[in-house]
Design a protein around this ligand. Structure first.
Ligand code: ISE
Length: 337
């Protein structure tokens, strides 16, 4: 029998506490051994779901106390680098919530540090790759059964966003997922990014100009459009229609409880990504834990994928001001082959 992997969760906000509860209740082969969170209130609230975990206010202390075998980073993206660096220096396996870091330069410097180790240690939390429907769509693309893929038509709708959500976050916090998953589905990296603005939703928070339509051209000629819409009020939806030479495929349609009453038919849908992707998050963390036990350390998107997404986000943010922005990616280091 293997000993449980001792995970230090860094950040006990919404996502971190969701992961803490999931590791404790639903993941096998792992325990939350440390919660790293400077905010005492958050740390205490999270501790309820992590019996026996030690509390630390920074990652360095958790590492020097030898309290962790692996690190799950769930603080906002701008705070990832100061956690990634000591965790890499300690040679620990890392699951880092998206994005790897907020810009290509800092992501590149993380890649340089990681390459000093014997093998990749960082998995990036692009959880959509672990969603059963996304996986089925990828299998369909690879099988060629419907012919070549030509277009991906994506809708990414949030009921609302917090007051702290800014215009660039439409790209860096939301479309960031499509920048990872569309190339993964289509088997080709992003070549150009363009953003178009339809009429503004009058219900959008002040200062936000949205929805937006993001158009990506992939290196293999597949076109991807993403309706990014964060004030839809009615629910949380992430749906994709894939257009093939001789077929169509759709994922992300509501599949909840169907009711028919008083002359109206309805299907229950999600209100948040935490429920919509709950099973994907479970699978992602279970597979990461299993990979760490096996010694492969990563089973999913790695730091190189995180770097490519950082390049796409940089292009996407530029495209918010107009133009078709091209992406020039360097060659992938052999370390990530
Ligand atoms: C949020 O941070 C996420 O990662 C969700 O998956 C995404 O749908 C949402 O737009 C983001 O704000």
């Amino acid at each position: 029998m293997t000993t449980d992997l001792r995970i230090g969760v860094v950040g006990a906000g919404a996502m971190g506490s969701d992961h803490i509860a999931r590791i404790t209740r639903r993941i096998s082969g792992a325990v939350v051994s440390a919660v790293v969170e400077p905010d005492r209130g958050r740390a205490e609230a999270a501790a309820v779901n992590a019996p026996g975990a030690q509390a630390f206010s920074n990652i360095e202390d958790a590492i020097s106390a030898d309290a962790v075998d692996a690190v799950l980073i769930a603080v906002p993206g701008q705070f990832h680098e100061p956690v990634l660096v000591p965790a890499l220096e300690a040679g620990l396996p890392i699951l880092c919530e998206k994005p790897l870091t907020p810009d290509p330069e800092s992501s590149w410097s993380i890649l340089e540090r990681e390459q000093k180790l014997d093998r990749p240690h960082i998995q990036v939390g692009f959880m959509r790759r672990f969603d059963a429907e996304y996986a089925a769509l990828r299998t369909l693309v690879e099988s060629g059964e419907s012919g070549e893929l030509m277009m991906l038509r994506c809708a990414h709708r949030n009921p609302s966003v917090p007051a702290s959500y800014t215009q660039t976050m439409l790209i860096t916090d939301s479309v960031v997922h499509e920048f990872d998953v569309a190339p993964w589905l289509a088997g080709s990296p992003v070549k150009t990014v363009e953003v178009k603005y339809p009429r503004r939703n009058s219900l959008s928070p002040e200062g936000l100009r949205e929805p937006i339509l993001v158009i990506m051209e992939l290196e293999n000629g597949v076109l991807v459009d993403v309706e990014m819409n964060v004030s839809v009020q009615f629910g949380y939806q992430v749906a994709t229609e894939a257009v093939f030479e001789k077929g169509l495929a759709r994922i992300g349609q509501p599949a909840g409880l169907q009711t028919w009453r008083e002359g109206a038919f309805s299907v229950a849908d999600h209100m948040s990504f935490t429920t919509r992707f709950a099973a994907a998050y479970d699978t992602q963390i279970q597979r990461w834990v299993d990979a760490v036990h096996k010694g492969t350390l990563v089973d999913g998107p790695n730091a190189w994928d995180g770097y490519l997404v950082a390049l796409s986000c940089e292009a996407g943010v530029k495209a918010l001001d107009g133009g078709v922005i091209a992406i020039e990616a360097p060659e992938r280091p052999a370390f990530y082959a």
